[in-house]
Design a protein around this ligand. Structure first.
Ligand SMILES: O=C(O)[C@H](O)CO
Length: 400
């Protein structure tokens, strides 16, 4: 039996690569004859660089930058390698979560109003300086709601108030934005093609917008959510004044705290659902064709999973080739509507990896072990099921 192991990371617990390795150990325990292929994935959030560098045999590069609250850190970007089909361009992959991610900042240190994407701009700058002539920018898993203005500032843009002064970094001051100045942005920076790999399709503003949906997890209270939403609407207005682009309602502009919107408004960008882009670059179609069954997973299989998350993306691709997908998660919903929605995309069964009641810290610490045990059980079940199917197919027909 051929099993494709194609998980996302389990947030705050283990990388996609580590989960795929743990899955493979479990499968070998449950069915030593099974063949496994590992394809760690990402939806554009954390793990994108690793996933694409792994899939294309690319290279990783360390850069000194800052996190969302301005503390010095080392983050990484990657160059895609030779397994990447369109090699004429030297493509760098930059993951916003690597520098400006939520996982970089402990809950006590989160500051929804002043958190900024400046550090991601420094990463992009380093990639361009190292020779990138195309960028894949992963948007998701951010600690920020600044509409990408910090990132744009690191690349030369200025965001000015009515008195002509630079507004402070962070989404909390976007309400004071009056005018955008690009006189210090080099042309090659303005023109470099950037593909945005978005983890969500939310718009920039409004009830479905990035502030209302995602800022609370970044530490924003109700009044701050409103302020951030107004600030992003003001940013959309300022972009319209600056170059006539109307970005506010475009799906994906809400990704990574509105960085999708800022990038689409100010740079030479195109938007793609992150998982689709990753599956293309990782040759997901061929991998599904090879496999008999796919096992995927993410930290929480919940009501968001059917909307562009990794398990949903790989299951749809597998389903288009008649292959079943099994999903595992740190937690798994029992909501019948969500389960139905998952089934429709080709996820035939879901398994929670938690062994029973345990505190969150213990569950997180034991994630890889629990993934391994769960996958051993799945492999054993698949082995029995396939042996039973073979026996049924080869047993003589009973006559009535
Ligand atoms: O970073 C965020 O705001 C969420 O992951 C949605 O992109």
């Amino acid at each position: 039996m051929r099993i494709l192991l194609a998980p996302d990371s389990f947030k705050e617990a283990a990388s996609a690569e580590a989960i795929a390795q743990a899955m493979a150990r479990g499968i070998k325990r449950g069915n030593p004859q099974a063949e496994c292929r590992l394809m760690p994935l990402s939806d554009g959030g954390e793990g994108l660089t690793q996933a694409l560098v792994h899939a294309t045999a690319g290279t990783l590069h360390n850069v000194e930058t800052v996190d969302a609250i301005g503390r010095p850190i080392t983050a990484q970007f990657g160059f895609l390698g030779n397994n990447h089909a369109s090699c004429i361009l030297h493509t760098a992959v930059v993951e916003l979560a690597s520098a400006s991610g939520l996982e970089r900042v402990s809950p006590a240190d989160r500051n929804a109003l002043s958190a900024s994407t400046f550090g991601t701009g420094l990463l992009i700058r380093a990639a361009i300086d190292a020779g990138a002539d195309r960028i894949v920018l992963g948007l998701g898993g951010s600690a920020t709601t600044d509409g990408g203005t910090g990132l744009a500032r690191a690349l030369g843009f200025r965001f000015l108030d009515t008195a002509g002064h630079d507004i402070p970094l962070g989404g909390g001051s976007l309400v004071d934005l009056e005018r955008i100045d690009d006189s210090e942005v080099p042309d090659f920076v303005k023109n470099v093609p950037i593909v945005l790999a978005c983890d969500v399709a939310n718009p920039l503003t409004g009830p479905e917008g990035t502030a209302h949906v995602f800022a609370p997890q970044k530490g924003a209270n109700t009044a701050q959510v409103e302020l951030l939403d107004q600030g992003l609407a003001n940013l959309a207005h300022a972009i319209m004044q600056y170059n006539g682009r109307d970005i506010e309602r475009i799906p994906g502009t809400g990704a990574a705290g509105g960085t999708g919107g800022g990038m689409l408004g100010l740079f030479n960008t195109t938007v793609r659902p992150g998982i689709e882009l990753v599956l293309d670059l990782a040759h997901g179609r061929e991998a599904c064709a090879w496999a008999d069954v796919i096992i995927t997973g993410e930290g929480s299989i919940d009501s968001q999973t059917p909307y562009g998350k990794v398990p949903n993306g790989i299951a749809k691709l597998a389903q288009s080739q008649g292959k079943p997908t099994i999903a595992i998660g740190g937690t798994v919903t029992r909501d019948p509507h969500t389960i139905e929605a998952l089934n429709e995309t080709g996820i035939v069964a879901t398994f929670g990896i938690a062994p029973g009641s345990a505190d969150l810290a213990t569950l997180i610490a034991n994630t890889e072990r629990n993934v391994e045990i769960t996958c051993a059980a799945i492999a054993g079940t698949l082995r029995v099921a396939s042996a039973t199917a073979v026996a049924a197919a080869t047993s003589p027909c009973e006559s009535a």
